[in-house]
Design a protein around this ligand. Structure first.
Ligand code: AP5
Length: 203
């Protein structure tokens, strides 16, 4: 099963992708996570920190290389890709050349105000990378990682200013993909404004 998770930043794509990946043993491919790795950070930080899209050429090269690896043979979950019509068309073209298709696109519906609350409340442990959320998943001690006992940090693009920019970029570039995949009869909508386990049940 080749899946795409689509939705506004903060709608829970990454959270649910990890759960699906674990349950069904298919790789979770997050372009955001790839861009935050040491090897890509330097070149790409100027886009990510401003909340704007990384140029398509760079993203497409990375995705094609990643989904051509053997672990993707029986399926993959794309989280954060595609993010505009050009990326979606290029993906279709690439998969077509490999006799593959996207089977389903899960569209996570979440009001913008809830997305803003979730993103600005996200915190991360700089050592073990565990994700916390000050509202839905707070650490036991204020701002301290439960396992590593160090202060939590915030993603550079989770500040209110950059979150607003990311949401604008989503509306302008990514939202048109809803219709793109609806027209292919691949879109399945789900209410993402529920606790993590309930969203997973719906999936
Ligand atoms: P990326 O890392 O993909 O960020 P995003 O799409 O903005 O998504 P997030 O990871 O912030 O949100 P999410 O929907 O995955 O939610 P999550 O589960 O994390 O991209 C970052 C940047 O990289 C982009 O801005 C761009 O610059 C670049 N980029 C990436 N892909 C690109 C591409 N294809 N082309 C060009 N540029 C690209 O959850 C968020 C928070 O909510 C967490 O704290 C979580 O604990 C909490 N939460 C999750 N689910 C729930 C729930 N059900 N209830 C309560 N809280 C919840």
């Amino acid at each position: 099963m080749n899946l795409i998770l689509l939705g506004v930043p903060g709608s829970g794509k990454g959270t649910q992708a990890k759960l699906i990946s674990k349950k069904y043993n298919i790789p979770h491919i997050s372009t955001g996570d790839i861009f935050r790795t040491k090897s890509h950070k330097k070149v790409i930080a100027k886009y990510v920190t401003k909340g704007i899209l990384v140029p398509d050429k760079i993203v497409l090269e990375i995705i094609e290389e990643r989904i051509s690896r053997p672990d993707c043979r029986s399926g993959f979950i794309l989280d954060g890709f595609p993010r505009n019509i050009n990326q979606a068309q290029s993906l279709d073209k690439y998969l077509n050349s490999k006799n593959k298709i996207i089977n389903k696109v899960l569209y996570f519906k979440l009001p913008i105000q809830s997305a803003i609350k979730r993103l600005t409340a996200r915190r991360i442990c700089p050592i073990c990378s565990k994700n916390y959320n000050l509202i839905s998943e707070p650490p036991q001690k204020e701002n301290i990682c439960d396992s590593c006992n160090v202060s939590l940090t915030q993603r550079t693009d989770d500040t209110i200013k950059t979150v607003k920019k990311r949401l604008t970029v989503y509306t302008q570039n990514t939202k048109p993909l809803i219709l793109y995949y609806k027209n292919q009869n691949k879109l399945r909508e789900l209410n993402a404004d529920k606790p993590v386990n309930n969203v997973f049940q719906s999936i």
